[in-house]
Design a protein around this ligand. Structure first.
Ligand code: PAF
Length: 279
């Protein structure tokens, strides 16, 4: 595997490649990331991964400085997966001058759910993803459903800018007890790790209620939030949304059986976990 930090060198290395499959990451790779590499391999060749902890998508009180950086272990994992190039730029490589041009997602999609609790987050994500696409020029790129709203925003960005990159969705990789794998799980202590699967259990409960015809969605969301709070969590949201645009379903949507997804974000101690489940 070639490890490249410089944009010109990356372009030289990938010149003439028309079927590149790209997986952008912030490192601290776990089995969930590796499943993205395997899916990428099914959709293209060569597989290119990137590791870059993107300052632009962290708020002032978020964990940019303490975000886990495990570069050597990540390299070994990617080598085992047969990744052809790891693009691992420094901040100077990617932001040699202040990144003043930004890509701002539309308000209805970018300022709801995660966007409401993490102002500026999605602008940071779309800006770096567009820049990484410009460096790698992939034919396809794989994103996990774990970050459901991110996936949808990037898919819409790619479509609206007519980017030549098809966005592929990968299923969420879960531990045996249901907890969605995430780099942030490592912040959990033993008691919190034992409690953490309650989030996915609750999503299953809400999804089950909706499937069974429970139409008081707001009441369902409120009692789910109260349930989590009662177990010692600090929930930001548990929300049933339409899959097509992540807006709240209308009565007509519910009557017509529109495809839905339930999304949640909640803090356990100081660790913020997110998860979702398609209904
Ligand atoms: O999902 C992530 O790890 C990041 O948001 C991404 C897509 C690599 C952009 O920094």
């Amino acid at each position: 595997m070639k490890i490249i930090s410089n944009i010109d060198e990356l372009r030289d290395q990938l010149s003439g490649q028309l079927r590149t499959a790209f997986v952008p990451t912030m490192g601290n790779l776990h089995e969930g990331h590796l499943s993205l590499m395997r899916l990428a391999r099914k959709h293209g060749d060569p597989v290119v991964a990137s590791i870059f902890v993107n300052r632009l998508q962290f708020g002032p009180n978020e964990d940019f400085d303490k975000y886990p950086r495990t570069f050597q272990a990540d390299v070994e994992k990617l080598e085992k997966e047969g990744v052809y190039v790891l693009f691992a730029p420094t901040e100077k490589d990617l932001y040699p001058e202040p990144q003043e041009f930004r890509v701002r997602p539309p308000d209805d999609l970018g300022n709801t759910l995660e966007g409401e609790f993490r102002p500026g987050f999605f602008t940071g994500v779309t800006t770096i993803v567009l820049k990484l696409f410009s460096c790698v020029q992939p034919r396809v790129s794989v994103f996990g459903k774990k970050d459901y709203q991110q996936l949808m925003i990037i898919r819409n960005m790619s479509r609206q800018f007519a980017l030549p990159t098809e966005i592929i969705a990968a299923e969420t990789w879960r531990a045996e007890d249901g907890l969605a794998l995430s780099s942030r799980n490592m912040y959990l202590n033993d008691a919190q790790r034992a409690e953490a699967p309650a989030l996915f259990q609750l999503l299953n409960h809400v999804a089950g209620e909706v499937r069974a015809g429970h139409l008081d969605i707001m009441g369902l969301e409120q009692s789910a939030m109260a349930h989590l709070a009662g177990r010692g969590w600090q929930p930001d949201y548990i929300s049933v949304r339409r899959r097509m645009d992540l807006q709240s379903p209308t009565a007509a949507d519910l009557a017509a059986g529109a495809p839905l997804v339930v999304l949640a974000a909640a803090k356990l101690g100081t660790t913020r976990l997110i998860d979702n489940l398609e209904i």
